[in-house]
Design a protein around this ligand. Structure first.
Ligand SMILES: Nc1ncnc2c1ncn2[C@@H]1O[C@H](COP(=O)(O)OP(=O)(O)O)[C@@H](O)[C@H]1O
Ligand SMILES: [Mg+2]
Length: 385
């Protein structure tokens, strides 16, 4: 057994929730090889006991497979914080709560849900912001009826655009029409940070964040920049959509983000002429998945033509037709989300320290590439997309 073999074995141990290993993150210290005894320290930034235990188990296993006889792993973790309310990193401290809206894939109604939930929360008296963090497909300006509005600049900050009683910002409002950018990992991280730091959000009760589909750099950057209070998953009832949604829920779990629930969208069809509700893709098919993740379906939103026209014409159904069945369901879902947020805060709030593998200088926090530090430095960008 040599120090090199130890390092190479430990470079197969991933930091829980990330696709980078503990050696690349620079967490492995004090390797001592003495005859049959091998010991080392793993200094982590998470205070979550399960993270420490998982690293201990996997590191021991990795070394035993590499031929070590007696292995001692010392995991050094910070104390579990005890104060109430949110702590850890927060680059937008004037925002009290962050709601991350995710889906496994595009086209399931994530933006429609974000817009209507944000408007419903505002109708219930909350001060609400809506951040369109879907930099690949920024549809929120159109859905909010402000696609022609350019934001005002104040010094080196940008003012959010106001519509339907909420504050909104989107890459679509900052770019010229039809312009498109090819985003690399490092640019995504920068964009998300700027949305939080350089937009003059008011003192908000909650910022609803429409994420890009999937589980990539944007999600990780958000979780590392602000204490995300709760996550909301949007799915459609078909089995293929559920497979993807499971990944989105699993991401919340791995990033220690409490789950506020699942919205089953396009669940049944309400005929505009008769008001009769028909089943199309199956209804309630996401219930077993909700159980699996210890959460609930907080709304089944039917396919309703006025939801689609409302989106296209910038007239969200919850605002323009609050007595419609779908608007009522969005309102109920918003109430449920707010109750969950209050409960989370009453129980000590959220803490994003556990998703903070503060990387050594020069190493990107990017998770998906698994590229080595040196590769990232020479290649430019972080190797993940
Ligand atoms: N419940 C619904 N009933 C009718 N149309 C819907 C419904 N939900 C979403 N849509 C429409 O489906 C399309 C995709 O929705 P969108 O919110 O843009 O999805 P995503 O953000 O997940 O890509 C949009 O045209 C939207 O208006
Ligand atoms: Mg969208």
């Amino acid at each position: 057994m040599t120090e090199e073999i130890v390092k190479s074995a430990l470079s197969k141990v991933m930091y829980p929730g990330f696709t980078k290993d503990i050696v690349t993150f620079g967490f492995v210290k004090d390797i001592v090889v003495n005859g049959n005894d091998t010991s080392f320290t793993v200094e982590i930034t998470s205070s979550a006991p399960e993270v420490a235990q998982q690293i201990k188990d996997e590191a021991t296993e990795a070394l035993k497979s590499a031929g070590a006889a007696n292995v001692t792993v010392n995991v050094k973790a910070p104390q579990m914080p005890r104060e109430s309310s949110s702590h850890g990193k927060n680059i937008a401290p004037q925002v009290k709560n962050f709601l991350m809206v995710s889906s496994g894939k595009g086209g399931v109604g994530k933006s429609t849900t974000s817009v209507n939930i944000a408007i419903a929360l505002a109708a219930q008296g909350k001060k609400v912001g809506l951040l369109d963090a879907d930099i690949y497909g920024p549809n929120v300006p159109r859905m909010m009826g402000v696609s022609d509005v350019k934001p005002e600049v104040n010094g080196n900050k940008v003012l959010p655009i106001k519509a339907y009683g909420i504050e909104m910002m989107s890459m679509g409002s900052l770019m010229e029409d039809g312009q498109s950018l090819i985003w690399r990992g490092a640019m995504i991280m920068k964009a998300i940070e700027q949305f939080l730091r350089d937009i003059l959000w008011s003192e908000l009760d909650v910022l609803v964040i429409d994420m890009p589909p999937g589980t990539g750099d944007a999600q990780l950057t958000l979780a590392q920049s602000v204490p995300v209070t709760a996550g909301l998953t949007v799915t459609t009832p078909q089995g293929v959509s559920l497979d993807d949604s499971r990944r989105s829920l699993d991401m919340f779990k791995k990033l220690n983000i409490p789950i506020a629930g699942i919205i089953e969208n396009m669940s049944g069809f309400i005929a505009p002429d008769t008001g009769v509700e028909y089943d199309i893709f199956g209804k309630g098919t996401s219930t077993p998945m909700a159980k699996e993740f210890d959460t609930q379906i907080i709304a089944e939103i039917p396919i309703e033509p006025s939801i689609r026209t409302g989106g296209d014409e910038g007239k969200p159904i919850t605002f323009v037709d609050p007595s419609s069945e779908s608007a009522k369901r969005y309102m109920k879902a918003a109430e449920s989300i707010w109750n969950t947020i209050e409960e989370i805060n009453a129980n000590g709030g959220v803490d994003n320290q556990s998703v903070q593998p503060t990387t050594p200088p020069g190493v990107s926090a990017c998770s998906t590439g698994g590229a080595s530090a040196s590769k990232e430095q020479s290649g430019g960008g972080c190797g993940c997309s």
